[in-house]
Write a protein that binds this ligand. Structure first.
Ligand SMILES: Cc1ncc(COP(=O)(O)O)c(C=O)c1O
Length: 434
C-alpha cells in the first residue's frame, strides 16, 4: 500500500490553484504546515478509507476534521439521504426532519432545553456569543488561546487549528473594535481565569471553551478545571458556553459536558450532528433561548439552516450511534494505536507525548506534558511534517497539522489499526531522531 502515482492529483491541484486561493477551500486542507507539497485530491471515500484521483487508497484518520464518526458513506446514512431527497432539498418553512433532529438533541444533551440550527459550526458559536451578550447586556468574551471556534471575526483572536497551523492566529481584516471585546487566556490555568474574572467579570458576557480541546491537538481539562470554570463564570454573572462542535457524540452518546458532569448554559454544536452534510446548532437554557428572534430581539437567521437533507443525515448518524454504541470499541482501538505509537517512538529514539481522550488523540513531537497552547506549540513542526509525509506515502491519511487529532471511527477494523502501526514503525525508523 505505497503511493505509486500522483500525476492526476497534481494536475487537478494545479487547476485548483488557478481558481481557488491556495487551491483549497479551507486553509487547514493545505499541506503548507507539513512541508508544502500539493495536497492530495480525493475522488471518493468508503468506510474508513479514501481513494484519490490516481487510485491510491488511504486509511482515513482525518474524518473530515470530525464529522465522520461512522466513516464515509455509512449505508444507513446514505439510504436515508437517498430516500428523502425526492421530497426536496430546502423549503424555507418549518419542516418535519429539523423538528425531529431538534427533539433528538434536546433528549440526548443535558442542559439543552431548546436548540436553533445553523449551517456551520462558525455560525453556531457566533450566534451563541451574540445570545450571551444579549442576555447579559455585557460586551466581553473570554476564550482560550489555541482553541478554534470557527472564523467569525472575534474568534480569530489567538485562534488554534487551521489558523495557528498556517500562522494566522490573528487574522488580517479583524477590526480593532472587535479584538478589544475578546480576551484570550491560557487553557487549564484557573488562577488566571479567577484573576481575570475578579478584575473584569462584571463586563463579561460569556466564558467560551471546548470542554475537551480538539484544536491545539487533543488537550483534556485538568481535574476540577471545568467545574471551577463554571462556578467562577456564574459568580461573575456571565454565561458558560461549551463549544462541542467536535466533542458532542465523539466520546459518548450525547455531549462531552454530560460525560464530564459539567453542564454549560449554552452549547455550540456541529460536525457529527449533520452526518457529513452542513450543520451547526446552538442552544441551551430555556430562559436564555427566549431571547432569540422571533421571541426576543437577538436576531439570527439562515436560508439553509435546518435543511432537511442535513437533518436526515444527522438523524441517521445519531440513530446508528445510539443503537450500536461503538464508543468502547473506538476507545480500545485508539488505545492500541496510541500505546504502540508511544512504545515505537521510544524504541527508535523519538521524544513524543500523546494526549488521548477516547477515540481521539494527538501525537506531539516533544516529550513534555501538553496542557495548553504554549506547550502544544513545542511539538516539532519539521519532524511532524516528515512523519506526515512518510505516513501518507504508506497510505495513511493524517490531518496535515501538528495541532489536529487522529480520529478513530466506528468502522476502522483491527486490520486497519495493524496496517497503521506497521506504517508508523517504518516512519519512525526512517525519521532521524529529533
Ligand atoms: C471546536 C470547533 N468550533 C467551531 C468550528 C467551526 O465549525 P465550521 O467549520 O463548521 O464552521 C470548528 C471547526 O473545526 C471546531 O473545531
Amino acid at each position: 500500500m505505497t503511493l505509486n502515482k500522483n500525476e492526476v492529483s497534481l494536475s487537478w491541484f494545479e487547476r485548483a490553484t488557478r481558481v481557488i486561493p491556495g487551491g483549497v477551500n479551507s486553509p487547514a486542507r493545505s499541506f503548507r504546515a507539513v512541508g508544502g507539497d500539493p495536497p492530495v485530491v480525493m475522488a471518493r471515500g468508503f468506510g474508513p478509507y479514501f481513494e484519490d484521483v490516481d487510485g491510491n487508497i488511504y486509511i482515513d484518520y482525518l474524518a473530515a476534521f470530525g464529522p465522520l464518526i461512522l466513516g464515509h458513506r455509512h449505508p444507513d446514512v446514505v439510504a436515508q439521504i437517498k430516500g428523502y431527497v425526492d421530497n426536496g432539498t430546502v423549503w424555507g418553512t418549518p419542516a418535519t426532519k429539523e423538528i425531529e433532529l431538534a427533539e433528538t438533541l434536546v433528549k440526548d444533551i443535558r442542559g439543552l432545553d431548546q436548540v436553533r440550527f445553523t449551517s456551520t459550526g462558525t455560525e453556531a458559536v457566533m450566534s451563541a456569543i451574540r445570545l450571551a451578550r444579549a442576555f447579559t447586556g455585557r460586551p466581553l468574551v473570554i476564550k482560550f488561546e489555541g482553541a478554534y471556534h470557527g472564523h467569525s471575526d472575534g474568534m480569530l483572536v489567538k485562534a488554534g487549528s487551521g489558523a495557528s497551523t498556517v500562522g494566522t492566529q490573528d487574522s488580517w481584516g479583524v477590526p480593532p473594535g472587535v479584538v478589544k471585546d475578546v480576551v484570550s487566556l491560557p487553557y487549564n490555568d484557573l488562577a488566571i481565569l479567577e484573576d481575570t474574572l475578579a478584575k473584569i467579570g462584571d463586563q463579561v458576557a460569556c466564558v467560551l471553551a471546548e470542554p475537551i480541546v480538539g484544536n491545539m491537538g487533543i488537550v483534556p481539562p485538568r481535574p476540577g478545571y471545568l467545574e471551577r470554570m463554571k462556578e467562577l463564570t456564574h459568580e461573575s454573572g456571565s454565561l458558560l458556553i461549551f463549544d462541542e462542535v467536535i466533542t458532542a457524540y465523539r466520546f459518548h452518546y450525547g455531549s462531552a459536558a454530560s460525560w464530564l458532569g459539567v453542564i454549560p448554559d449554552l452549547y455550540a454544536l456541529g460536525k457529527a450532528i449533520g452526518g457529513g452534510l452542513p450543520q451547526g446548532a446552538y442552544g441551551g437554557r430555556y430562559d436564555v433561548m427566549q431571547y432569540v428572534s422571533p421571541l426576543g430581539g437577538m436576531f439570527q437567521a439562515g436560508t439553509l439552516a435546518g435543511n432537511p437533507l442535513s437533518a436526515v443525515a444527522g438523524l441517521a448518524t445519531l440513530d446508528v450511534l445510539r443503537r450500536e454504541q461503538p464508543y468502547d470499541r473506538m476507545d480500545r482501538q485508539a488505545g492500541v494505536l496510541a500505546d504502540n505509537i508511544l512504545q515505537m517512538a521510544r524504541e527508535y529514539g523519538h521524544a513524543i507525548t500523546i494526549n488521548r481522550v477516547g477515540s481521539a488523540f494527538t501525537v506531539f513531537f516533544q516529550e513534555n506534558p501538553v496542557y495548553d497552547f504554549t506547550t502544544a506549540q513545542r511539538s516539532d513542526a519539521q519532524v511532524f511534517g516528515k512523519f506526515h509525509r512518510l505516513m501518507l506515502e504508506q497510505g495513511i491519511y493524517l490531518a496535515p497539522s501538528r495541532f489536529e487529532a487522529w480520529f478513530v471511527s466506528a468502522v476502522h477494523s483491527a486490520h486497519d489499526i495493524e496496517r497503521t502501526l506497521e506504517a508508523c514503525r517504518a516512519s519512525f525508523r526512517r525519521l532521524s531522531p529529533s
